[in-house]
Design a protein. Structure first.
Ligand SMILES: C[S@@+](CC[C@H](N)C(=O)[O-])C[C@H]1O[C@@H](n2cnc3c(N)ncnc32)[C@H](O)[C@@H]1O
Length: 350
């Protein structure tokens, strides 16, 4: 009888084991590290040289696209004044319901394609940002061809100042020309750091008057929650440099009475419109409230108010109310640079 030779003992130090272990280490690191926020990333980077290198690479990739491949074009950060490479927030291309605590989002590794092996695609904001709000109503049209910016079937009595787009309630398809703002950002933009204003959104190409730029996407809040968050943001701002992006939109009836109030907070979850700064002369953007059929709430959309050249900062007016009396400590200096500059930023009286 032939004796079987005992299996050869494998030594852990063998080159193939080391290669395998290294590959596994990199794979795990690449799966986990893109989910970390900057503070966590900084802690991980201090643990060893390899993780420090991976963290640097993540930081580099984050600075290349604030939109995490969720828009048609990359929107990079540019900073030539200090060491901050990017601003951290969760990206959503659309309005979403308030989220507590904010979800995590995969951001910053090279294979950034949604649905790739390292980045599974789930239908939620924490993954691919596809979670839009569409509180459904019954309206819609049966048109097959609609006019750009307005479909005659979608007029709301008493709210004629709100623009209308076709939507899920309509008979026309997604290629309908009356869905200009539903196809994502299609102009080249970049986010540039300024010493006084922080991050600013810039045009990176010529944008023609009337072209759609982006919508103000963020968390939709109740008025109570908006007031609670505004208090927190005011306190944070008094102790550290902190930029909030909570916008309150009031739509008025012809009588002057407010009839609709929408609170959108893009501070923790939002899109690139959270980087649009205020200008006292009204800036170069016009804002339009747009309702698409099938969605109960309108969306605030930005269009070019005139031709905007590449390298021009995008701005709009945050409002007319300025801090007075006992709240003066809370005022923020305005650095818009326009000849009409009021000296302080408008405030939101939530
Ligand atoms: C919606 S954020 C705009 C992006 C912001 N610059 C950032 O770094 O994230 C609003 C904040 O930007 C700053 N900001 C906006 N417009 C400004 C202006 N004209 N002058 C100075 N700071 C401005 C203020 O800190 C304000 O609270």
């Amino acid at each position: 009888m032939q004796r079987e030779s005992p299996p050869k003992k494998r030594c852990l130090g063998e080159a193939s084991d080391i290669i395998l272990a290294t590959k596994l280490f990199f794979r795990c690191a690449n799966l986990i590290i893109p989910w970390l926020n900057p503070q966590e990333l900084a802690v991980v980077a201090q643990t060893c040289k390899t993780l420090s290198l991976i963290s640097k690479s993540i930081t580099f990739h984050r600075s290349l696209d604030a939109a995490r491949s969720l828009e048609n074009l990359s929107i990079p950060f540019h900073n030539s004044i200090d060491s901050q490479r990017y601003a951290y927030f969760i990206y959503t291309p659309f309005q979403i319901p308030a989220s507590s605590p904010p979800p995590r989002q995969w951001w910053g590794a090279a294979a950034n394609e949604c649905g790739s092996e390292s980045r599974p695609c789930f239908d939620s904001v924490s993954e691919c940002g596809r979670f839009g709000v569409s509180l459904v109503d019954e309206s819609g049209c049966e048109c097959e061809r609609c006019e750009v910016g307005y479909c005659k079937c979608l007029a709301f009595v008493g709210m004629e100042e709100i623009g209308n787009e076709c939507g899920s309630g309509c008979g026309c398809g997604s290629d309908c020309s009356n869905r200009v703002t539903q196809k994502g950002i299609s102009v080249s933009l970049k986010i540039v750091r300024d010493e006084k204003k922080g991050w600013c959104l810039y045009a990176d190409q010529l944008i023609k008057q009337g072209q759609f730029i982006c919508e103000y996407a963020g968390e939709l809040l109740t008025t109570d929650e908006a007031r609670r968050r505004q208090n927190i943001y005011d306190k944070l701002r008094s102790t550290q440099s902190f930029a909030s992006a909570l916008l309150v939109i009031r739509e008025h009836l012809p009588s002057g009475q407010a009839c609709l109030r929408i609170n959108i907070d893009a501070t923790r979850i939002g899109n690139v419109s959270r980087f649009i700064n205020h200008s006292c002369d009204g800036g170069n953007l016009s804002t339009v409230l747009l309702r698409s059929s099938g969605a109960l709430l309108p969306r605030l959309c930005f269009f070019a108010a005139r031709d905007i050249i590449a390298e021009e900062e995008l701005s709009f007016s945050y409002g007319d109310v300025r801090v007075t009396g006992e709240n003066r400590d809370n005022k923020l200096n305005c650095c818009c640079g326009s000849s009409y500059c009021f000296g302080t930023l408008p405030c939101e009286n939530t």
